[in-house]
Ligand binder design. Structure first.
Ligand SMILES: Nc1ncnc2c1ncn2[C@@H]1O[C@H](COP(=O)(O)OP(=O)(O)OP(=O)(O)O)[C@@H](O)[C@H]1O
Ligand SMILES: [Mg+2]
Length: 209
């Protein structure tokens, strides 16, 4: 959803990425959902709103009080439309956005780089996420972060590694069993889960089954 939300090039993104998505999305950028046996069309903003509601619920369980005001993080490369759409998602979730900060700045905060001893430091933040690779230079000055240079690939992330593994195994399975499996959502979902597990294992070991 993050690749689609407020994105002027969303259709191109769908063309490039939809191969192993286990949901359907139409040319008006509406996701087809089966809710209580009925097909409903919902916008990426509404899907993001649901995710935000779930996150807020988890956070509320920890702090034991209601949360209304939030600070959202967005990729450093997000343009105004993408930022607006993200804020809209928060509003649909009934939340008030105090501020938007960039994800690399949030990472720098999380690692304590806002402390005085890091004043006047340049950081290189390398963030290989699920959907995007962001390589960003953040300038720290008196606890304030400024993104001064952005690089990376907005269409490269862990999900592409998953897709590469899927391509590999779908081919083997279809040849071995002489059956097409790509139309079967359940099988594809199961295979995807296995591919992700395999990828995670291969981070720590030379080989995995
Ligand atoms: N041990 C691991 N080895 C390899 N990949 C991993 C490992 N643990 C997590 N990942 C992959 O990292 C990705 C998720 O990363 P992260 O949580 O940073 O993404 P995100 O912030 O949700 O995505 P994005 O920033 O692109 O929106 C997933 O593709 C996941 O499979
Ligand atoms: Mg991320």
């Amino acid at each position: 959803m993050k690749r689609l939300i407020g994105n002027k090039n969303a259709l191109e993104c769908i063309k490039r990425n939809a191969k192993y998505w286990t949901f359907k999305i139409n040319e008006n950028l509406e996701v087809e959902m089966n809710i209580g046996g009925q097909t409903k069309l919902i916008k990426p903003e509404e899907v993001s709103a649901q995710i935000l509601m779930k996150l807020i619920q988890s956070a509320e369980n920890v702090v034991c009080k209601p949360i209304k005001n939030i600070v959202l993080t967005v990729p450093a490369y997000f343009d105004e439309d993408q930022k607006k759409a993200t804020i809209k998602a928060a509003e649909i979730a009934g939340l008030h956005v105090l501020d938007l900060i960039s994800e690399p700045s949030a990472a720098a905060y999380a690692y304590g780089f806002d402390q005085q001893r890091f004043s006047d430091t340049n950081l290189l933040v390398f963030d290989l996420g699920g959907g995007t690779l962001d390589v960003v230079i953040v300038k720290v000055k008196d606890g304030i972060f400024n993104v001064v240079a952005i690089g990376g690939d907005t269409l490269l992330g862990g999900r592409d590694f998953d897709n590469a593994l899927m391509d590999y195994f779908v081919d083997i399975i279809e040849k071995k069993y002489e059956k097409k499996i790509t139309e079967n959502v359940k099988i594809m979902q199961k295979l995807l889960k296995e591919c992700i597990n395999l990828k995670h294992m291969l981070t720590a070991t030379e080989d995995a089954k």
